[in-house]
Design a binder for this molecule. Structure first.
Ligand SMILES: Cc1cc2nc3c(=O)[nH]c(=O)nc-3n(C[C@H](O)[C@H](O)[C@H](O)COP(=O)(O)OP(=O)(O)OC[C@H]3O[C@@H](n4cnc5c(N)ncnc54)[C@H](O)[C@@H]3O)c2cc1C
Length: 491
């Protein structure tokens, strides 16, 4: 029997395709820069049992598999790198299996989108804390957990989505299905905690960029959503990098000691602000030349909210030029950002300002806040040094957004924007790789590496040798035939 027949027997005719006119959709993601290769086969399972059978068939025919969630990755994560691959589209596995209001957890299938999950939780007065990536309208739980995603909201208070994951069911490349977390104890009825019962083996699958297995079910913490929130937006004219760094470091300190309830703080550096204002996207920002920081904090009582507002505002005023607002129309975009339905649009303007003839590449990295200003300056210097090459490639470099994380770090959203010209893409990819290397060598931690980033980590010798050698051995153990996402991390 041919492989297509065997796959069709598992999922049915409707959910398996070897037709180019269907599979072409799976050659693409939001990133048009990396090559678009039409996969030979696409399959859409609806259960863990079907995923197991698909993996068994892939082993039988020695055909690689590429798991795909919402397809919103911006570093090539779910784009095939050869046509000889079975793309496993996980989006039919989108059920909410259990909302446990006693132990504050939710268990879902990994093809469920962040926005649908949180829409259902909101109705019950909960949220996932970190609400996934800024692409959460389409991005799914499996994609977020494979990428250590965050940025759709809640990063400042809850960290990355992986930090809130406490249970995970994974199908390995061997076809074995294992549940990690408290359910490693066969007597535990429902998942409730991640650590214990030996080492944290679940961690192998978090942030793995879809290389160590296929995630089928996940359990995440849920939190009661505080009813009160407030947010402010400030403009910073002088030394925006240093001022934001100092402001956030002071807030981190206060946050530890006083629990200020800061849900998020985002910094938009001057060039990105200019992009927004040139396009008149936020009209009230029209006259500003500098950076913008906004924050949102939340509380369970109005008194606590007011007290915290006063403390945060006092600190913000020390480091900023003036407040924008109070209303969204007057420049305080936090109301728009922290709306009832979450804030999935927050980065979309970044992509929108580019228009149809341009595209963006991403080199996002986590850095300690204490090094944020230094790294942003080095990125600017790199742009100056590379001026001629960037000009030749018809591209620009820069940071678009900096999202603060709890405790001590933030992530710098940066990359290149380029003209959508086929002939220049190779030059852009070369510069993109150089920028990923630069950011890594400046001490950045790449988290959604995808295809290009994971290869730079290896090619540019960013990993320590003992770590990479161990990583390869672990991969061999969970996927002996190297069938899942071959090519990433140079596996
Ligand atoms: C407008 C926009 C805003 C964005 N904002 C953010 C942001 O704020 N923060 C952020 O982190 N990212 C952001 N991203 C990048 C991206 O959307 C996220 O990384 C997202 O989590 C990817 O999820 P996805 O479901 O689209 O996954 P995909 O792109 O489909 O896949 C991502 C990776 O996960 C693997 N994968 C997917 N599902 C599974 C599974 N079930 N089992 C095993 N592996 C799997 C894939 O093989 C691939 O390696 C943004 C992208 C866009 C377009």
């Amino acid at each position: 029997m041919a492989i297509i027949d065997e796959l069709t027997n598992i999922v049915g005719n409707k959910y398996c395709s070897d037709k180019d006119y269907i599979n072409v959709a799976y050659s693409r993601t939001i990133d048009p820069c990396l090559p678009e290769i039409i996969p030979k086969l696409v399959v859409r399972p609806e259960s863990t049992e079907q995923v197991i059978e698909i993996i068994n068939i892939a082993n039988k025919y020695k055909t690689p598999i590429l798991p795909r969630g919402g397809g919103c990755g911006i570093m090539g994560g779910s784009k095939p790198i050869s046509e000889d691959v079975i793309v496993v589209d996980m989006t039919r596995m989108d059920k909410i299996l259990d909302i446990n209001e006693k132990d504050y957890t939710v268990t879902v299938e990994c093809g469920l989108s962040w926005s649908r999950l949180n829409a259902v939780l909101f109705e019950k007065g909960y949220y996932t804390g970190n609400m996934g990536p800024g692409s959460g309208l389409n991005a799914v739980i499996g994609g977020g957990l494979s990428h250590h995603s965050g940025g759709g909201g809640g990063c400042g208070k809850y960290g990355k989505c992986t930090e809130n994951c406490i249970g995970l069911e994974v199908v390995l490349g061997t076809g074995e299905c294992i549940t990690f977390g408290s359910q490693q104890n066969k007597y535990v009825e429902k998942p409730f905690v991640r650590l214990g019962l030996g080492p944290d083996l679940m961690g192998i699958f978090l942030g793995d960029n879809g290389t160590m297995g296929i995630k089928t079910k996940a359990t995440m913490k849920i939190y009661p959503k505080p009813p009160y929130f407030s947010g402010k937006t400030f403009f910073i004219e002088d030394q925006p990098y240093e001022n934001v760094q100092n402001m956030v470091m002071e807030l981190h300190k206060m946050g530890w000691s006083q629990g200020l309830g800061i849900y998020d703080y985002f910094f938009t550096p001057p060039p990105a602000v200019m992009g927004v204002t040139t396009d008149h996207l936020i009209k009230s920002w029209g006259d500003i030349l500098g950076g913008v920081i906004f924050y949102v904090h939340e509380a369970f009582s109005e008194t606590v909210l007011e007290d915290n507002s006063e403390t945060i505002e006092k600190i913000a005023k020390k480091y900023t030029t003036r407040e924008l607002g109070p209303s969204a129309e007057e420049g305080n975009i936090t109301d728009w950002y922290y709306g009832e339905q979450g804030h999935w649009q927050v980065y979309h303007y970044g992509f929108s300002v580019l228009g149809p003839n341009y595209y963006a590449t991403s080199s996002e990295m986590i850095v300690p806040v204490s090094k944020m200003a230094e790294i942003l300056h080095k990125l600017d210097e790199w742009e100056e040094e590379k001026n001629d090459e960037l000009f030749e490639a018809d591209a620009e470099s820069g940071a678009s957004h900096i999202v603060m994380l709890p405790h001590n770090s933030c992530y710098i959203g940066c990359g290149l924007s380029a003209t959508n010209d086929e002939d220049l893409k190779e030059d852009v990819i070369k510069l993109w790789r150089e920028q990923l290397e630069l950011m890594s060598k400046l001490g950045g931690v790449l988290y959604m590496a995808g295809q290009i980033g994971s290869q730079v980590l290896v090619d540019s010798k960013i990993y320590t040798e003992p770590f990479y050698s161990f990583f390869k051995r672990v991969k061999k153990l969970v996927d002996p035939n190297n069938l899942i996402s071959p090519g990433k991390f140079r596996f």
